[in-house]
Design a protein around this ligand. Structure first.
Ligand SMILES: C=C(O[C@@H]1C=C(C(=O)O)C=C[C@H]1O)C(=O)O
Length: 450
């Protein structure tokens, strides 16, 4: 049953469901080798707290655009999962993996070829590592249960054969950087920050997050599976992701910021704003930590995020629990961090929470509309999926989304990196510039030769 296309959006392939999924347990299988052995479309997702997924191929695809894109994806997914024939354990259930663009009127153009305003894939083969077990799930909409079971046996045999596991040991190093080209010079940045501060002083704005992009020419192509594996070693506390809808481009990164997890009726989210570097010695590191803990400017910038999240959740949640503010230390940067939890008053869908929260003032600003307008008028590049929701959800509407930061979109021998910082009334352009450069580090370190 095809649902009629609605204004400004396309509800793609899933129209009526004959989705069949089967799962089997595997001996441990390295997701890096699983990905390395496949062509696009490929998907990777892991949270520091829970399952790790790698996906190859497409059993179903859901896309949408326009301001109604969150609802459109949810409705198309409900249709897809309606009558879903799945035989396997809960942890191996198939999910839709993907994300949204930062702005809702996004159109895919280089470097964002293949990345629509909302783009999700239910992988043909999904590898799930959870609770010390590895599962393989095969899904199809064009095959009988017997054919899916047959494919499952074939893929699992190939994955456990010596040939495929032998690729485990072959790892590519960083591709090497030939040249970098920033969208924004230090002088241009100073002008942009000064203009934003004037708007804040005029009372039009309270905070805006301005970003830059860095185009990087590479000596070779990036092996994204290898880069993700290395990021896992340097940033074990981050959400790592890769979405590669076509061979044209892959968006990948290691972000510290959870946008929303929904499990049953419990929502978890993060307020993460306020940044400083790491020290070279424990003493210097402690000094830097104290500098953000005691800074009034950082506290203000951070509290705007906490208060907005509380307001955004209160219409749908009975209780919003805001934990004490703390400092989150990553390998190259430290942030002020306040974890937030809420209980929904009714059954909900993670996409509704994502829609309510995106963009938080950690990546947009306040008031939201004025901040978005300032971002559009100021930035000279396309944010694409940078700073936007990326993650997964399931048939029940449970799932996890993170904010697509510390990230790059890559294709051929090039990569475009993105990084931004919150601007408030007493922002110093030079300090803000340095913080932005720190936020390129996680990805730049994975691209540069040692
Ligand atoms: C915008 C970015 O980071 C966001 C902005 C922060 C800040 O202004 O201090 C801190 C963490 C993130 O919420 C980025 O990494 O590009």
């Amino acid at each position: 049953m095809e649902s009629p296309p609605r204004d400004g959006q396309v509800s793609a392939e899933p129209t009526g469901s004959n989705l069949v999924s089967r799962a089997c347990k595997l001996p441990d299988c390295d997701p890096r080798a699983f990905l390395a052995g496949r062509d696009a479309p490929r998907t990777y997702w892991t949270s520091p707290y829970g399952p790790e997924f790698a996906g190859g191929g497409t059993a179903a695809r859901v896309t949408a655009d326009g301001s109604d894109r969150f609802d459109a994806v949810r409705e198309a997914a409900e249709e897809l999962f309606d009558g879903h024939d799945f035989d396997g354990p809960d942890q191996a259930r198939p999910r839709l993996f993907g994300g949204f663009s930062f702005h809702d009127d996004h159109r895919p153009a280089p470097p964002w070829l293949g990345f629509g305003a909302a783009e999700f894939v239910l992988p043909r083969t999904q590898l799930t590592r959870a609770n010390g077990e590895t599962w393989l799930t095969v899904s199809a909409r064009d095959a009988t249960p017997e054919a899916v079971e047959h494919e499952l046996t074939e893929v699992s045999e190939a994955l456990t054969s010596t040939d495929e596991s032998a690729t485990d040991s072959r790892r590519d190093g960083p591709p090497g950087v030939v040249a970098t080209n920033s969208t924004t010079t230090r002088e241009e940045w100073a002008e942009q920050v000064a203009a934003a501060v004037s708007r804040i002083e005029a009372g039009e704005l309270r905070k805006v997050v301005l970003a830059q992009a860095l185009a990087v020419e590479l000596a070779d192509e990036v092996s994204v599976p290898d880069a993700l594996a290395r990021l896992g070693e340097s940033y074990p506390d981050c959400f790592r992701f890769c979405f590669e809808p076509t061979t044209e481009a892959a968006f990948f990164g290691a972000t510290p910021e959870r946008l929303a997890t929904l499990r049953g009726r419990t929502v978890e989210t993060d307020a993460l704003a306020g940044s400083v570097g790491r020290g070279d010695t424990p003493e210097e590191d402690a000094e830097l930590e104290a500098s953000i803990e005691n800074s009034e400017k950082m506290a203000h910038e951070h509290e705007l995020v906490v208060e907005t999240i509380r307001e955004q959740l209160s219409p749908i949640a009975g209780a919003v629990r805001v934990a004490d503010r703390r400092v989150r230390k990553l390998a190259t940067i430290q942030h002020l961090w306040t974890p937030v939890e809420a209980d929904l008053t009714d059954d909900g869908h993670v996409l509704s929470i994502v829609e309510a929260l995106h963009p938080t003032p950690a990546v947009g600003g306040l008031p939201p509309e004025k901040a978005l307008q300032t971002i559009r008028e100021t930035e000279t590049f396309d944010r694409g999926w940078y700073a936007a929701p990326v993650g997964w959800f399931d048939a029940e509407g449970d799932g996890t989304f993170a904010v697509g930061l510390r990230s790059a979109v890559t294709g051929d021998r090039s990569a475009t990196l993105f990084a931004g910082n919150g601007i408030v009334a007493d922002s110093d352009p030079d300090e803000e510039y340095e913080e932005v450069q720190l936020k390129y580090r996680p990805i730049l370190d994975e691209l540069e030769d040692d």
